[in-house]
Design a protein around this ligand. Structure first.
Ligand code: PGA
Length: 250
């Protein structure tokens, strides 16, 4: 039985005062609800604030990216050890915004996965096709290539220690969600790709859905057999909406 993981991806949003209110709201709501595993991935600079406010709660936290390097002359970068220094449990790797806006390719993303896992973080590996790729009918080819790059780098056993987030790029921040069946089909395909290497890992690994998941559509999506939680952007910035999603997964 896979325990769903609902992770908020704040992206480049927030301020000290907004975060304070948001975290207080989430904390208060979580205490009342019996919910899935929950995490928030904050901008680097706010991770100490998140760590302080969430310490002692069941809510975990994480980063949105990391460097492949351990330390040294890499201006503007943040290492796995630094994230661990602030007790991050998770780190997102290969989010589509990093892939498309910052030129991260499959090989770099796979390396980030490896570095994060080796250091003791749980990487959340984002994969997914663009609208053009879906319209061309190559969704499965694209996600298979993205998964293979990670397996080639770290092996199936290590991949199984992370989380996979299937995020169709056309659904991210657009308000256009994949239908539960569309998402389920790709999730089942991804699990099949993993099963070809190791059935036990495929059964165990959590595959989150991401892309305009919100309080209104979460329940239907999360009810699908191979959807094990969500990676939530916009709806993670309002405590009420985020909590509704967490509760829907509980
Ligand atoms: P969204 O973002 O929920 O705002 O679509 C999801 C994500 O990018 O992880």
């Amino acid at each position: 039985m896979r325990k769903p993981l609902i992770a908020g991806n704040w992206k480049m949003n927030g301020s000290r005062s907004d975060n304070k209110a948001l975290l207080a709201g989430i904390k208060a709501g979580i205490a009342k609800a019996k919910v899935a595993e929950v995490a928030v991935c904050a901008p680097y600079i706010y991770i100490p604030q998140v760590a302080e406010q969430l310490a002692g709660t069941p809510i975990a936290w994480g980063g949105q990216n990391l460097s492949t390097e351990a330390k040294g002359a890499f201006t503007g970068e943040i290492s796995a050890a630094m994230l661990l220094d602030f007790k991050c449990k998770y780190v997102i790797v290969g989010h589509s915004e990093r892939r498309t806006l910052y030129g991260e390719d499959d090989a770099l993303v796979a390396k980030k996965f490896a570095v994060a896992e080796q250091a003791g973080l749980i990487p959340i590996l984002c994969i997914g096709e663009t609208l053009e790729e879906r319209e061309k009918g190559i969704t499965e080819q694209v996600v298979a290539r993205q998964i293979k790059a990670a397996i080639d780098e770290v092996g199936i056993a290590t991949l199984g220690k992370g989380v996979i987030a299937y995020e169709p790029v056309w659904a991210i921040g657009t308000g256009k969600t994949a239908s539960p069946q569309q998402a389920q089909d790709v999730h089942a395909f991804i699990r099949g790709q993993l099963a070809a290497h190791d059935k036990a890992v495929a059964e165990k690994v959590r595959i989150q859905y991401g892309g305009s998941m919100n309080a209104g559509n979460a329940k239907e999506l999360l009810a699908m057999q191979d959807i094990d939680g969500g990676l939530i952007g916009g709806a993670s910035l309002k405590a009420e909406d985020f909590l509704a999603i967490c509760t829907a997964a509980g």
